[in-house]
Design a protein around this ligand. Structure first.
Ligand code: GDP
Length: 448
C-alpha cells in the first residue's frame, strides 16, 4: 500500500531538494504536485483541499525554522499534515475497562474481514492484555460464518458461545451476555452479520443488538482496498450506529491508500487497528506517525526538523525567560504566548502542563479566554503597529477604533485584551520580584 503515493511524493521532494532557497512559487508548485499525488491515491477531495490549505499556511507562517533547509521543511510540513489527516500523534487504545463483560461490537459488510478481525482482536486481548475473552457470532443467516468463528476460536484458544440453531441475533446477544457474565469473561466480542451491500434490515438488526449489548466499543471493519466505497460505508454505518472506531483490513494489499487517508477526516472516527494479513496475528495497532513515515519514507529528515524545531523553541523560551525575569511582558510577548498555546493544543493542553500556575488559569477563566478567542486576540494584536505592541499605553480611543476595525472586532474586545495583558504583565512583575526560578520554569514550558 502507498507505493505509488510514496513514489510520487519522493519525486516532488527530489525536485526541490538541493535548491538553496525556495520561493513562495516553488513551495506552491510543490504543494500542487502533492495535491495531485493525493488525489491520485484516491483521497477524498475535501480532505485534500483542507490538507493543502493547512500546508500552505504552515509553509508561509511564522514558525519557519531558519536553521533547516527549506525543502526539508516542506517535507516536515507534508509529514505533519499526513499525521493530522490520519488522526493525530497518539494511537487511541481500545477501551475494555467496563463492568465485565466489556462488549466489543464488530460491524461491517460481508467480506470486509469482520470475522477474521474479531479473532485477531480476541487473540490480542487474551495474549497481550491477559483478558478472558469470549466471542459470539450473530450471523444467523450464514451458518458457515458461525462455524468459521468457532474454528478460529479453537485455533487461538479463545472461547466461543456454543451455536444454537434457530435463534435470532437478539436472542444470541442476550445468551452471550448472560453466559459471559456468569462465566466471568472480561470481554465479549460480538461478530454481527454482514451483507454484501448496505441494507436497511441489516442496519436495524445491528442497531437493535447495540441497544441490548451496550458495547463500550463499536468497531466498523472496512476493506481498505475498496477505497472511497469503504469511506461511504463507514459514514453510512456511523449514521445508524454510534461507532467508536475503525479497523481497516487488507492494509497488506496493494491499495492506493485513499481509504486510510480519508477515513478519519470524513467520519471523524479514529482508526484503531490495521489488518495486515490473513493470519490471526496480523493485526497492528494503528499509529498515524508510523503510517505517515511509511508514506513519505523520509524519517531522517522529519527527525532532523523536529530536533531543530525543539532547539528553536528552547532558544525562544530562554529569551522569554530573560525578559520575564526583568518583569517585561509586552503585547508581542502575549502574541507569542497565544501562538504557542495554539501549537500545543489550545488552552487545555498548555494548562495541563502548568499545574502550579493556578492563578494564571483562574485569571484567564475570569477573562473568558477560550480557545476560540485566541485567534481573535491574535487578530487584534496583529492589527496594531509595532510601537503599540511594545507600548500598549499608546492606544488611545481613536487608535483603538482603528485596531478594532482592522481586526473586525469591537472596541470593547480591545479593552478586554488590554486588561488581560495588564494582569499578566503585573503577574510577571510580581513573580519576577519573587525570584527568577519559577519564571524560568514557566517560560520554558510555555515557550515563547
Ligand atoms: P467477513 O465476511 O467480514 O467476516 O470476512 P472474513 O473475516 O471472512 O474475511 C474475508 C477474507 O478476507 C478471508 O479470506 C480473510 O482471510 C481475508 N482477510 C481478512 N482480513 C484480512 C487482511 O487484513 N489482509 C488480508 N490479506 N486478508 C484478510
Amino acid at each position: 500500500m502507498f507505493e505509488a503515493l510514496n513514489e510520487r511524493l519522493t519525486g516532488v521532494f527530489d525536485r526541490i531538494t538541493g535548491r538553496g532557497a525556495l520561493s513562495e512559487k516553488d513551495v506552491e508548485e510543490a504543494l500542487r504536485e502533492v495535491r495531485v499525488a493525493l488525489l491520485e491515491a484516491d483521497v477524498a477531495l475535501p480532505v485534500v483541499k483542507d490538507f493543502i490549505a493547512r500546508a500552505k499556511t504552515a509553509a508561509t507562517g511564522e514558525d519557519v525554522i531558519r536553521a533547516v533547509k527549506p525543502a526539508d521543511q516542506v517535507i516536515k510540513i507534508v509529514y505533519d499534515g499526513l499525521v493530522d489527516m490520519l488522526g493525530g500523534e497518539e494511537p487511541v487504545p481500545l477501551n475494555t475497562n467496563a463492568t465485565p463483560p466489556a462488549v466489543v461490537l464488530m460491524a461491517g459488510l460481508q467480506g470486509s474481514g469482520k470475522t477474521t478481525t474479531s479473532a485477531k482482536l480476541a487473540l490480542r486481548l487474551s495474549k497481550f492484555d491477559k483478558k478472558k475473552v469470549m466471542m459470539a457470532s450473530l450471523d444467523t443467516r450464514r451458518p458457515a460464518a458461525m462455524e468459521q468463528l468457532a474454528t478460529l476460536g479453537q485455533q487461538i484458544e479463545v472461547a466461543t458461545l456454543p451455536i444454537v440453531a434457530g435463534e435470532s441475533a437478539v436472542q444470541i446477544t442476550r445468551r452471550a451476555l448472560q453466559s459471559a457474565k456468569l462465566q466471568g469473561f472480561d470481554v465479549l466480542i460480538l461478530d454481527t452479520a454482514g451483507r454484501i451491500t448496505l441494507d436497511e434490515g441489516l442496519m436495524n438488526e445491528v442497531a437493535e443488538v447495540a441497544q441490548i449489548a451496550k458495547p463500550v466499543e463499536t468497531l466498523l471493519v472496512a476493506d481498505s482496498l475498496t477505497g472511497q466505497d469503504a469511506v461511504r460505508t463507514a459514514a453510512a454505518f456511523h449514521e445508524r450506529l454510534p461507532l467508536t472506531g475503525l479497523v481497516l483490513t487488507r492494509a497488506d494489499g496493494d491499495g492506493r491508500g485513499g481509504a486510510m487517508l480519508s477515513m478519519r477526516a470524513v467520519t471523524g472516527l479514529p482508526i484503531k487497528y490495521l489488518g495486515a494479513g490473513e493470519k490471526v496475528d496480523a493485526l497492528d495497532v494503528f499509529d498515524a506517525r508510523r503510517v505517515a513515515g511509511r508514506i513519505l519514507g523520509q524519517g531522517d529528515i522529519v527527525a532532523l526538523v523536529e530536533k531543530a524545531a525543539g532547539e528553536l523553541d528552547q532558544a525562544k523560551a530562554e529569551k522569554m525567560a530573560r525578559k520575564l525575569a526583568k518583569g517585561q511582558f509586552d503585547l508581542d510577548d502575549l502574541a507569542g504566548q497565544l501562538n504557542q498555546m495554539k501549537k500545543m493544543g489550545g488552552l487545555q493542553g498548555i494548562m495541563g502542563l502548568l499545574p502550579g500556575v493556578a492563578k494564571l488559569k483562574n485569571q484567564m477563566a475570569e477573562n473568558n479566554v477560550s480557545d476560540k478567542m485566541i485567534d481573535r486576540q491574535l487578530a487584534v494584536i496583529n492589527s496594531m503597529t509595532k510601537a503599540e505592541r511594545k507600548k500598549p499605553d499608546l492606544l488611545n480611543a481613536s487608535r483603538k477604533k482603528r485596531v478594532a476595525k482592522g481586526a473586525g472586532v469591537e472596541v470593547q474586545d480591545i479593552n478586554r485584551l488590554l486588561k488581560q495583558h495588564r494582569q499578566m504583565a503585573d503577574m510577571v512583575k510580581s513573580l519576577s520580584k519573587g525570584g527568577g526560578k519559577n519564571l524560568q520554569k514557566m517560560a520554558s514550558m510555555m515557550g515563547g
